[in-house]
Design a protein around this ligand. Structure first.
Ligand code: AQP
Length: 326
């Protein structure tokens, strides 16, 4: 069973990324063949700064290692270091309809956000934003992935990858393994602390809404203590009526705390801040070690790439032949 997970270097990794994607990856790497990549090409589908992209790519890899991604078990690489991804992207563009790409919810949301003035938005809509799901299909199919962990927001993209793979196989002969979406056990969806009806996000959350994995302890505590709640005054899971409190309870439980017996929001927030700090402190400490030797992180990325390259190139060769290229 081969499982692929991607992380976009569009901003600094946050608690949502940790609890929703990094932890499941780290847990599964013991029992599943795991591939993880830094999706630097996807990060260019919206307005980006070249120096910051380079910096965030290395930082994302470093934080993944600091959190427990084991390069002996998980092949970690950058998307752009694998031309097979973008070679296959083009072949799949020739298998995908314009309408299929244009109706993707994320395309509609991010393209309209370009004009909204929200943080992370800005600049004209890039063509690559439209074709992003096709590159994502290539990311998945090029590695013969069996499983892709997906949250609700990526479900539609995975369905497109499956549709395109099946269509290609039907038209040109059996070429791709058709992947399945999985929702790993224990995945938590973390909401923005300032706007708890929206998910915590690298690019659209403000500092008040997001807990960065490398944020100093004082900042983490302050952000949690200022989290938006409500005036109801009861501590319980009620995503529709009390999204802020529910989010705090979700975070607390995912970070090993117990959600029983809180009589005030203040006590709940203190417990959340303590639990989150327990989880983040070792990551921060390991990161401080790793960051001293960026050469080591680069060599991990190179080794990860070397490991997955032969299979990816073989998939592209198969696809080229099937589609009719000499
Ligand atoms: N808030 C979240 N709660 C739980 N899981 C989350 N993930 C992201 N946000 C949350 C999961 O993290 C993985 C990597 O995400 P990504 O880098 O592909 O970007 P994303 O899903 O688009 O999330 P971000 O962090 O909000 O990035 P931007 O701002 O660039 O859109 C994925 O597995 C994702 O489900």
């Amino acid at each position: 069973m081969r499982r692929l997970t991607g992380f976009q270097p569009t901003g600094r990794l946050h608690l949502g990324n940790l609890l929703g994607a990094m932890r499941p990856l780290i847990a599964a790497q013991r029992t599943t063949e795991s591939l993880a990549f830094i999706a630097d090409l996807h990060a260019m589908t919206v307005d980006h700064d070249p120096a910051r992209l380079r910096e965030l790519t290395l930082e994302t890899a470093t934080v993944l290692l600091a959190a427990g991604v084991d390069p002996e078990r998980t092949a970690l690489f950058t998307q752009s270091s694998m031309p097979a991804h973008y070679e296959l992207h083009y072949l799949l563009e020739c298998t995908t309809g314009y309408g299929e790409a244009a109706r993707m919810i994320q395309f509609k949301e991010k393209s309209s956000a370009s004009f909204s003035g929200r943080p992370g938005a800005g600049g004209p809509v890039r063509l690559s934003l439209l074709t992003y799901p096709v590159l994502m299909a290539a990311d998945i199919l090029v590695h013969d992935s069996d499983e892709v962990p997906v949250g609700d927001d990526q479900n539609q993209h995975l369905e497109l990858a499956r549709t395109v793979a099946q269509r290609f196989n039907r038209r040109y002969g059996e070429t791709f393994r058709v992947p399945a979406g999985v929702l790993p056990d224990g995945v938590a969806r973390v909401m923005d602390l300032a706007e708890p009806r929206r998910k915590m996000s690298k690019s659209t959350s403000t500092d008040a809404g997001r807990i960065g994995l490398l944020d100093p302890p004082g900042t983490v505590r302050k952000t949690i203590m200022r989290a938006v709640t409500d005036t109801i005054g009861t501590v319980r899971h009620d995503p529709a009526g009390q999204p802020g409190v529910t989010n705090l309870l979700t975070i607390l439980e995912a970070c090993g705390g117990s959600a029983d017996d809180f009589t005030s929001y203040g006590a709940l927030k203190t417990a959340v801040a303590d639990a989150v700090e327990e989880v983040l402190a070792p990551i921060r400490a390991r990161h401080a070690e790793l960051v001293k030797d960026p050469g080591h992180v680069r060599s991990v990325l190179d080794a990860g790439r070397e490991r997955v390259l032969p299979r990816a190139e073989a998939t592209v060769r198969r696809a080229r032949e099937a589609i009719g290229l000499m």
